[in-house]
Write a protein that binds this ligand. Structure first.
Ligand SMILES: NC(=O)CC[C@H](N)C(=O)O
Length: 388
């Protein structure tokens, strides 16, 4: 295995061995604290242009299977076939397992990284990398191996020459090029439009499991296209990039709110709904990425343990109420670790969103009830349509 280097924009270099494809990759270095679920993480479109550092010390134990990928439906997924497209820019780990041990595995993680040309690094002190990123923040980085290795100065230069995640407008790079429908098993109880800003496979699946027909549409969709589908509600998906750049999605959201259609948003969708309600966004120092992040629901005082993956957040305070052109709104959820805004809602309940991932994949299912809450809104809207 050839030598490899993880290079950070501040000049810090961690030397290890190649993992997966050899070559060069650039992206923002971020860390994920999930102890399981690497396949879901690697295929999540929200990680587009990010080099993920895993805090779990050994990676690859369960190999790669043909079921758990989260990128079916995202742009360019066909090329990866049933394996699912890997969206991360690179992967940095402590130790790759030598033995794949799971009945669902079809091949190893290394093989899949090789097949898809994903450049990774193993054998580095990932605890030291994570401490560095916690102290100095997520930053531009690169992984280099084989013929791509060069002098330290040259590598740092290449890392610094890439654009920052701050100001990155990435929705169009991951969103499906054309719409598709996920049907529930039987007769649909309601129909929604899901705006794909980087949607994971499990999100429309969880809605379909609840009897909802889901039209997944490209991020460039307009209000008229949405209304043509005669939906009972609209969903705004998770996705990569800086929400401050997503003016198109914010305008669309304002138009949807103006129609009084029920609206639910997750992660990027929470940031978009927050912006449409007048809140600002900012880049966090190192973000929240993992599957054990505690969130307080200020309506009930209950804490949910949640899956998360975000580097930006909405500005606001726990329980803060504010006026919007669509009615009064509230900061409904905050993170129990650091007070970050984790959810907003119109007080009438017709539009709400969370910064965490009720679809989990991977992660705990504490927040799955939010899909039920959305479906109740849809039932009410569809009943009203029936009597209109
Ligand atoms: N998973 C997501 O939707 C991420 C949202 C946004 N790109 C962020 O990093 O904050």
């Amino acid at each position: 295995m050839s030598e490899a280097a993880l290079v950070l924009e501040d000049g810090k270099i961690y030397r290890g061995r190649a993992f997966g494809a050899e070559g060069q990759t650039l992206g923002e270095a971020v860390f994920s604290t999930g102890m399981t679920g690497y396949q879901e993480t690697l295929t999540d479109p929200s990680y587009h242009r990010q080099i993920v550092v895993a805090t779990a010390p050994q990676i690859g134990n369960t190999g790669w299977n043909l079921e758990d990928s989260e990128s079916f439906g995202s742009r360019g997924h066909e090329a990866a076939g049933p394996s699912g497209k890997i969206w991360v820019a690179g992967y940095a780990i402590r130790e790759a397992t030598r033995v794949v041990s799971n009945y669902r595995a079809s091949h190893s993680l290394q093989e899949e990284l090789d097949n898809q040309g994903i450049v990774g690094i193993q054998g580095i002190d990932t605890r030291a990398v994570v401490r560095h990123l916690r102290n100095f923040g997520a930053m531009r980085a690169g992984v280099f191996s084989g013929a791509a290795l060069a002098s330290a100065e040259e590598l740092v230069e290449r890392v610094r020459n890439q654009p920052s995640m701050l100001g990155a407008d990435l929705s169009a790079e991951v969103s499906t090029p054309s719409g598709y429908v996920i049907e529930p098993g039987g007769e649909p109880r309601a129909t929604i439009v899901a705006v794909d800003l980087g949607i994971k496979t499990n999100t429309p699946r969880m809605l379909a499991q609840r009897g909802v027909r889901v039209h997944v549409v490209p991020s460039s969709v307009g209000l008229e296209d949405i209304l043509d589908l005669d939906p009972d509600g609209v969903f705004l998906s998770h996705g990569p990039g800086d929400p401050a750049t997503a003016d198109g999605a914010v305008q669309l959201t304002k138009a949807i709110l103006g129609q009084r259609l029920p609206l639910f948003g997750i992660c990027f969708g929470n940031q978009i709904l927050g912006r449409a309600l007048g809140l600002g966004t900012y880049k966090m120092k190192f973000g929240h990425r993992g599957i054990n992040i505690p969130v307080i629901d200020h309506a009930t005082g209950r804490v949910a343990i949640t899956a998360q993956n975000h580097g930006f957040a909405l500005e606001g305070e726990a329980g803060q109420e504010f006026d919007t052109p669509f009615g009064r709104a509230v900061v409904s959820h905050t993170c129990a670790n650091d007070g970050t805004v984790e959810g907003v809602r119109l007080l009438d309940g017709s539009a709400f969103s969370v910064q965490y991932h009720p679809e989990a994949a991977a992660g705990p299912h504490d927040a799955a009830y939010l899909f039920d809450q959305f479906v109740s809104q849809l039932d009410a809207a569809s009943a009203q349509k029936g009597t209109a």
